[in-house]
Design a protein around this ligand. Structure first.
Ligand code: NAD
Length: 250
């Protein structure tokens, strides 16, 4: 129970990866506030608050309420995010602004509002949900990949800026994870079964990543046991980012 007594915010914690993170943190002793556009889907036992990470007022109100109700803040998991498909020709300027506003500035707003509380914590940690798309060139994901590349750079810069205050900042980079997000993507594909097989085959371990596997990585980085780990990007992608396999062994 290494999170006993610690207070955490998980954005996008009502679904998929965020829901698994909120559940694991809670199970391992943390009290957890879920900040989500759709908090009604959050698991019971968590403080579920409606928050739009693209709206600074909404973020400030939800972070204040979390800190007041939980009695402080130690851990911020910036996980809320949206997807975008296509090449640079596929999305217009407002869509580029919208995705960056949620995926990148959302993390800035939540972290900025939480910093005064984190500075008072003995175990302060921020974990951002990045993506393998930040490092690997994936076709038809120009806007999404650019936003996650920004998350990676932001994570490193924040780790440097807040080290002296004892605040660690890291990110996780999942491969394709089996969440409602991917369910939506598959249901829009002409052949969902073939699309799922293609996504599974893209990952060296031959299957989708589970939200629980990503949550375990987030919990590692968030834990006081990882007190010397900051400015790290932890891949949870079945080897997609780092391995170059032969098609046959030998
Ligand atoms: P999901 O769609 O299942 O969950 C996302 C949650 O974020 C939802 O509950 C949604 O309501 C919330 N959300 C969306 N916009 C919001 C906003 N403006 N303010 C507050 N909450 C908002 O998605 P997921 O697959 O669990 O993805 C979570 C994170 O993981 C995202 O940052 C995504 O980029 C990243 N990621 C996902 C995958 C994957 O394959 N699923 C892979 C790599 C990275």
């Amino acid at each position: 129970m290494e999170f006993e007594g610690l207070k955490a915010i998980v954005t996008g914690g009502a679904s998929g990866i965020g829901a698994a993170v909120a559940a694991q943190l809670n199970k391992r002793g943390a009290t957890v506030a879920v900040l989500d556009l759709d908090p009604g889907q959050a698991a019971s036992g968590l403080l579920a608050l409606r928050c739009d990470v693209s709206d600074d007022q909404s973020v400030r109100a939800a972070v204040e309420k979390s800190a007041t109700d939980l009695g402080g803040l130690d851990i911020i998991v910036n996980n809320a995010g949206i997807g975008a498909q296509g090449t640079i020709e596929s999305n217009d300027d407002p869509e580029w602004h919208r995705v960056f506003d949620i995926n990148v500035l959302g993390m800035v707003r939540v972290s900025r509002a939480a910093l005064p509380y984190l500075r008072r914590s003995a175990h302060a940690s921020i974990v951002n949900t990045c993506s393998v798309a930040a490092i690997a060139g994936i076709p038809e994901r120009a806007l999404y990949s650019a936003s996650k590349g920004a998350v990676l750079s932001l994570t490193l810069a924040m780790a440097a800026d807040h080290l002296a205050a004892g605040i660690r900042v890291n990110c996780v980079s999942p491969g394709t994870a089996d969440t409602p997000w991917i369910g939506r993507l598959l249901s829009n594909a002409p052949d969902p079964t073939a699309e799922r097989s293609a996504l599974e085959a893209r990952q060296p371990h031959g299957r989708l990543v589970t939200p629980e596997e990503v949550a375990a990585a987030v919990c590692y980085l968030a834990s006081p046991l990882a007190g010397s780990t900051t400015g790290t990007n932890l891949a949870v992608d079945g080897g997609m980012q780092g391995l170059r396999l032969r098609s046959t062994q030998g």
